[in-house]
Design a protein around this ligand. Sequence first.
Ligand code: MUC
Ligand code: MG
Length: 374
Amino acid sequence: MKATVSGIEAILVDLPTIRAHQLAMATMQQQTLVIVRLRCSDGIEGIGEATTIGGLSYGEESPEGIKLAIDTYLAPALAGVDASNVHAAMARLGKVARGNRFAKSALETALLDAQAKRLGVPLATLLGGAVRPTLPALWTLASGDTGRDIEEAEGLLAQRRHNTFKLKIGRRSVRDDVAHVSAIKRALGDRARVTVDVNQAWNEADAATGIAMLEAAGIDLVEQPVPRENRRALARLAARFVVPIMADEAVSGPEDAMELARLAGADVFALKIAKSGGIFGMLRTAAVGDAAGIALYGGTMLEGSVGTIAAAHGFCTLPELAWGTELFGPLLLKDDVVTQRPVYREFDLHLPEGPGLGLTLDEDKLAFYRRDKA
Ligand code: MUC
Ligand code: MG
C-alpha cells in the first residue's frame, strides 16, 4: 500500500532558556521552535523542527514566517504526495518555493523520520549508516559576564559534559571582547579548547586587530568574523592568520561552499541542516568542503531535541568531522516537547535508539508550551 502525506501541522512552541544567551545581534531570554507534524495515510507520523535565533535578527526566516510558509504554500504542495519518496517530495517544494530553507529542512526531517519509522530503522541508517556512534558537543558561554562564564565552564569540565567552549563576541569593543576571551582562556588553560563566534560583527580592520590578539591568547578557532557577503575579506583573514577561520553565515549550501572553496575563503565550514534546507543539502555542502580540503564542523541554530537529533543523524554519517559539533541546543532549554531528552555524557552527544529520529513528542508538554494553546 502506498503511503501518502495526509496532513501537516506547524506549531510555534515557546520554551524558557536556563539563562539569558547573549549574541552579537540579540539576547535570547527564551527560544521559539517550529515543530512540524507530518501525518501519512498509513498512520505513521514524522516530526521535524525549524528553529532560528532572535526572531529575524540572525537570519532571513522568523518562526512566524516559517509557520506561514508551511501552512500557506509548502503543506498544500505536499498533500497527497508519495510519503516514501523524500527526494521527489522535496523537489516539489523546490518548485513551489524559492529559499525558505529552514521551513524546507523541517519538512524534510519529518518526511525522513516517517520513512525511517516505516522501514523500522534509525534515520542515520536510512542515510547510509553512521560512521561514529556519538558526537563531540561543545558548550557556548554567553551569559555576558566573564566570571559567570568561567564558573559555568569549570562546572561543565568537572561533570565531563564539555571540554570545548565557544564564546559569543562582537557586542562590545574589540578590546573588551579580547579581554573577556583571554581571561576565560587563562582560567581554563590547556584543560579546554576555546573558540569564538563573532557572528559577522567586525569589519575587516577590526577583525585583523582582534584575530591577532585572539591568536596570541591561544584561541583555537575564529568563526565568521566579518559579514557573510564579504567572502574576500574572509579569504584574506584565512590567508593571514594561523588560527583557523570558520565560515558559518557565509556558507548556507553547496553553491556558497563552492565559491568559498574557489577563493580559499575559509579553513573550516560550519554545517547546519536548517541553513542548507535539510540534511541532504547539508551533506552536499559537506561534500564540497571535503573535496576542497576544508575541515567540517557540525553547527546548530539552538534547536530543541527534534532539530538537534535530526542534525546529529546527519552529522554522524559524515566521513570527516574534524571540529566536532555544537549540538548543545536542548541543554540551553529548561524544558522540551519530547518524552526523552538527548543524553550528553563524556563530552559527547549520544544518539537515541529506535526507528526514525528515535524521539516521541510529549503531548502534554506540547499542549502546554504551544503558543496557540487555548
Ligand atoms: C551560530 O552562529 O553559530 C550557535 C551557538 C550559539 O550560541 O549560537 C549559535 C549560532
Ligand atoms: Mg556561528
